[in-house]
Design a protein around this ligand. Sequence first.
Ligand code: HEC
Ligand SMILES: [Cu+2]
Length: 319
Amino acid sequence: MGPWTLDPRGPLAESISVLYWILFACAVVVLAIVVGALTYSGIKFRDRPGRVAQQIHGQNTFELIWTIVPTLMVISFTALSWQRLNFINDVNSNVAMTVKVEGRQWAWGFTYPDQPMFKLPDGTLLQAGEQLDIPVGQKIKLELTAKDVIHSFWVPNLGGKKDAVPGHTTTMWIQADQPGTYKGQCFEFCGDGHADMLVTVVAHPQNEYAAWAKTAVEEAARATSPETKAGRDAFLSGPCAGCHTVKGTTAAGKVGPELTHIASKPNIAGVLSPVNQENLTKWVRNAPSIKPGILMPKFEGVLPDQQIDQIVQWLLTLK
Ligand code: HEC
Ligand SMILES: [Cu+2]
């Protein structure tokens, strides 16, 4: 049924949607009773030839019913919600793994837990932009924060919403009961690119998860060598990552082309070839002078020359 709360695919989403249906059913019953009684009395007691409508005061039985019944309903809604909130807010028991999530304008970045299976050869941890891969049937704790403004993490089939707040860590958990791809979206208006701030959670069968992690670590290792770490860091923490995607890193920008294999391309943006240090440096320094009217700004005088050099060194490793 697509990404929405009423199509739950895990225990957290399930508990939310069941509560929703209970409240909805009760609301429909109340609505039917109120509208029914109103219509009935409107017709039965109306002023008409041979009958003068009257004001009636005091009806103990009715007054007791419509005080006690709603009170009991509200109390039971509170109890139900309370019990579910305990389940929803329990982010710590039986957690299989903890993933760090960072929201930034306008993409989600993930850092996998400090476990051997997610370690790259240089000792850093596997990261990903936009897509989070999890094993089926396991409780995954998310530690959320944001880099710039408040964002909100929401994958409706798997769980509720949680704000990602700059300088602060919030927690939530998700769990998928069947393998599949679950779409989500930032749910707090966060600027121009808000509508494109999508997230995909892919749930793998448990026995295939280790194999997925191995491949992902191998791919990511290509984008991390100790010599080019400075360039990588500058790229990921600077403006580049907001516009470009590099698989195996948190860079998940959508404005410009993907740069995962930029060093193997025949040319830069179809206008500069080959892809080498000289041409990449020219491009990053002043792309608009090479291809007028493009969205990529010039970085000459914006980033220090040394940083541009480091970034270019790193780009050259992306084969
Ligand atoms: C505001 C968005 C934006 C930012 C910021 C940005 N770029 Fe770009 N970049 C683009 C766009 C758009 C293109 C595609 C231009 C074209 O082909 O017309 C591009 C193209 C490129 C290309 C050529 C890609 C190819 O497939 O040939 C490289 C390399 C590149 N950018 C590197 C960088 C680096 C490094 C940074 C950071 C210093 C950066 N970009 C920052 C938008 C951006
Ligand atoms: Cu956002």
